[in-house]
Design a protein around this ligand. Structure first.
Ligand code: C2E
Ligand code: MG
Ligand code: MG
Length: 675
């Protein structure tokens, strides 16, 4: 009914419009003109009227169009059953309509604004953002996502999310399992390249309804690179690139656990480079590092399959061999591997154009035979290593139970050694030195022994290293010096000029601040001339702190003492290094002399040392001479002096005196040997 009334009103207004237009035009232009001018004037009036009519018609049509949605809205509202509508008067109705319209407009405006806002927000985020619908089809993506995946942004829209998330993660991307979970994963680029990402997937919800998913991802390549680097550094020794102590112990722990579960055996090999300090001291730390690298490469080259190598500290390394079904198998494989590793390590290599040899000692312990946990297994392998070192190095030892008693013994021995001085248990024996050309006595070397009541005579190799671990060596050195002086003094009472007497000095003694004064005061106390005394310093001691040692040796030399390099050939002294020391004698280490008659290499080393010594105006002594063949070889090479068991064991001071007296009265004790 209301609609019908509106229609009549509309058409009435349309018909009335031209009349109204003429009337308005008359009001504007004035009274109708005289009939004489009627023609032109009416044309003007008519046109104005028609123009205004057209304008009004236009206004009405437009307003009708505008009102149409309102009409429709009202019609819809009217279609709603009356009981659902509040009884409304027409004013209320219009107010409600206006309200509905306003709300609608505000919502449209709000949603347009928030969508634009959302777009701007997504675009501004530096993380890659992908929005999907409930089926996982991408509906929005920002530029960061397009960059990350190497697509144009529009190309991403409409694709299934699974296409850019690596297959492994597909299960994660299934709706329902995605709820705001942050993971590390891999996204796939357009060309199939995998990009490491860390990403979060969250549900887009409207109340209870899931409307889709939003995935935010970050390129994690750099972070993962840094993480991997940190992990690598925390677990790896940077120089040798094998496991460090922490990591090795961790691996050992894991392997022990595995061996326990599968009832298998494993072996731990503990390695230490023999006299590594010499390499550092002689060639510098750069070369020391190079030697460690070579050492590592050689271990790795000989490592049986599945073996693990680690660097535990400076020159200490360890190897883990696992997966042995029986103890027998473990022993066989491990000893074979240990032999191969030692042989490979022993091959010469070059440092600064010099040929260098390194050897290593090795201790081996087995799980479960020797120990069932990391700490005990390491301790046992270390005890076996100690034994290998004591055996002279360049060998391996398998752990045995008595070795753990060794450590206890060592402690006991130390405390006993302290008391040995008070109890007067130390002895000094002398080993004679002979002039090779004449066979005459050329000197005597003092060698300390410990006469332990419960053990008998103990040799220096069993207690000097212990004494060197503490300051006991200083006390021992002083004791020897006093003893030598006393003995020499007593020989002097029977002989005008007993031959020179030598004694061995250890590094710690030489490093003492007041060593020179002490020595002088002892010599003075016994009225011994420094020229009667010879000091033997090992090659390695000499090189330890060369600059300081040179000063000390110069002072000793100036006093008139003779200085000898002991155990020559075991260090790495170069000719030029030797020239800086004021030494008078070179003593060739007995390890070269031992096989000089049967081993070509040793023969040429000894020959070279003799020649080199002579070219530096040094006298050369060969120690450890045990056979006539060795003596003959040394004679041919022009060696100056010899020392060794061939001429008898080290003897007491009284026996020395007897020998000296015999010789003084014309007897030549080893006449036949030197003939
Ligand atoms: P060293 O000074 O090189 O002494 C030579 C060692 O070789 C001595 O061992 C000697 O008994 C042994 N020897 C000599 N000739 C032969 C031989 O023909 N065959 C064999 N197999 N061995 C031979 P010793 O007395 O056991 O001394 C070992 C080392 O202990 C000495 O080596 C020396 O470095 C050190 N030492 C001995 N006495 C002292 C001391 O009073 N003070 C210090 N600091 N060290 C000492
Ligand atoms: Mg010596
Ligand atoms: Mg020696």
């Amino acid at each position: 009914m209301r609609r019908l009334t509106r229609k009549y009103l509309f058409w009435a207004a349309l018909c009335a419009a031209p009349l109204l237009a003429v009337y308005v035009a008359t009001l504007i232009v004035g009274r109708p003109p005289a009939m004489a001018q009627a023609g032109a004037a009416w044309i003007i009036f008519g046109a104005a009227g028609l123009g205004i009519a057209a304008l009004l018609t236009f206004v009405i049509v437009i307003s009708r169009r505008l009102l149409q949605p309102l009409d429709d809205l009202a019609a819809t509202l009217r279609a709603v059953p009356d009981d659902q509508l509040a009884p409304a008067t027409s004013e209320r109705e219009i107010a409600a309509l206006a309200n509905a319209l306003e709300t609608l407009r505000a919502e449209i405006e709000e949603s347009t604004r928030s969508r634009a806002y959302l777009d701007r927000l997504i675009a501004s985020i530096s993380d890659a953002i992908l929005v999907t619908d409930t089926l996982g089809t991408i509906t929005r993506a920002n530029d960061a996502a397009a960059d990350l995946l190497d697509y144009q942004r529009d190309e991403l829209l409409g694709r299934p999310l699974q296409q850019v998330i690596d297959v492994d993660l597909e299960s994660k991307a299934r709706p329902g399992e995605l709820a705001a979970r942050s993971s590390d994963g891999t996204f796939l680029c357009r060309d199939g390249t995998a990009v490491p990402v860390s990403y979060t997937v969250a549900e887009l919800r409207d109340g209870e309804t899931i409307e889709g998913w939003i995935v935010a991802a970050q390129n994690a390549a750099e972070r993962r690179r840094v993480e991997n680097r940190i992990k690598f550094l925390a677990r790896t020794d940077p120089l040798t690139r094998i496991s460090n102590r922490m990591q090795f112990q961790h691996q050992l722990q894991q392997n022990i656990a595995r061996a326990r579960r599968s009832r298998q055996c494993l072996a731990l090999l503990y390695l230490d480079i023999d006299r590594f300090k010499d390499i550092n001291d002689t060639f510098g730390h750069g070369s020391g590092d190079r030697a460690l690298e070579i050492f590592t490469q050689r271990i790795l080259a000989e490592l049986p399959e599945g073996g693990i190598a680690g660097r535990l500290a400076g020159d200490e390394f360890a190897v883990l061999l696992s997966g042995f079904a029986t103890q027998r198998e473990a022993l066989d494989t491990t000893t074979a591997a240990a032999g191969a590793i030692l042989a490979s390590i022993g091959k010469p290599f070059r440092i600064e154009a010099q040929e260098v040899f390194i050897t290593s000692s090795m201790g081996i312990a087995l799980y479960p035979r020797d120990a069932d946990n990391v700490i005990d297994l390491l301790r046992d392998a270390d005890a076996a290593l100690y034994r290998a070192k004591r055996a002279g190095g360049n060998c391996f030892e398998l752990y045995s139970e008595e070795m753990s008693n060794d450590a206890v013994d060592r402690l006991m021995l130390k405390s006993k050694l302290k008391r040995a001085f008070e109890r007067d248990e130390l002895r000094l024996h002398y080993q004679m030195k002979y002039h090779l050309g004449t066979g005459r006595i050329a000197g005597a070397e003092g060698l300390v022994r410990w006469n332990m009541p419960e053990r008998g005579l103990v040799y220096p190799s069993d207690f000097i290293p212990l004494a060197e671990e503490s300051n006991l060596i200083l006390q021992l050195g002083n004791w020897v010096l006093n003893r030598v002086c006393e003995d020499y003094r007593s020989w002097q009472r029977s002989l005008v000029a007993p031959s020179r007497v030598s004694l061995n000095l250890s590094l710690k003694q030489l490093q003492q601040q007041r060593f020179l004064e002490q020595l002088k005061s002892i010599l003075r106390a016994h009225s011994i001339s420094p020229t009667s005394l010879e000091l033997e310093i090992t090659e390695t001691t000499l090189m330890d702190d060369a600059e300081r040692t040179i000063q000390m040796l110069n002072a000793l030399y100036a006093m008139g003492l003779h200085l000898t390099i002991d155990d020559f050939g075991t260090g790495y002294s170069s000719l030029s290094a030797l020239q800086q020391f004021p030494i008078t004698t070179l003593k060739i280490d007995q390890s070269f002399v031992r096989d000089v008659a049967i081993d070509k290499d040793d023969a040429s080393i000894v020959t070279a040392i003799i020649q080199m010594g002579h070219s530096l105006n040094l006298e050369v002594v060969a120690e450890g001479v045990e056979s006539k063949a060795q003596l003959e070889f040394l004679r041919q090479q022009g060696c100056d002096y010899v020392q060794g068991n061939l001429f008898g064991d080290p003897m007491t001071a009284d026996a020395v005196l007897q020998l000296l007296l015999d010789e003084a009265s014309g007897g030549l004790q080893h006449k036949r040997l030197f003939a």
